[in-house]
Design a protein around this ligand. Sequence first.
Ligand code: FES
Length: 184
Amino acid sequence: MQETLEKTRAMVHHLAAVNEILEKNGNDPSRLIPILQEVQEVYKYLSKDVISYVATSLDVPVAHVYGVATFYAHFSLNPKGKHIFRLCDGTACHVKKSMGLLEAIYKKLGLSDEKRTTDDLLFTVEIVNCLGACGLAPVIVVDGEVHGQATPEQVEKIIDEITAAAPKPPPRNPKTSNEGNHIR
Ligand code: FES
């Protein structure tokens, strides 16, 4: 019950932000791409619910919105982490061992080629092509900030700093928790 309530609240919050974006774009179907871009900027990805809602609001088939969302590599249908690591694997960065950086990130965060976002949605790793800064190879961009001649140690330090600054889930209060209590 509580879980359903939480889900409903989350959905209402989602739709309020989507409504704002739709209104700003005049509910104009020809502005579908900028609408999806703005929605993704807010949520970091396009959920099934949001895609259906955008389609209904613009009075276009859901399949059309899916088609656009899957055609452009820029759009993601899977949740992304709050902090995005974009690792360049262009030729210059590859030669300078960009894959060593990737391995260090995977190991530190428990990620792999199949799983590029942490379960707590704090980190996502993406592999991109040449970022145009080959002189600084290997290059990694963390939340928009370019780090050149990056080493595994540097990247691990960045991860540690982000993790340390991230808000921790509140500790459970044993006085208010009924877990393990028996009502007589
Ligand atoms: S190959 Fe990485 S910046 Fe060009």
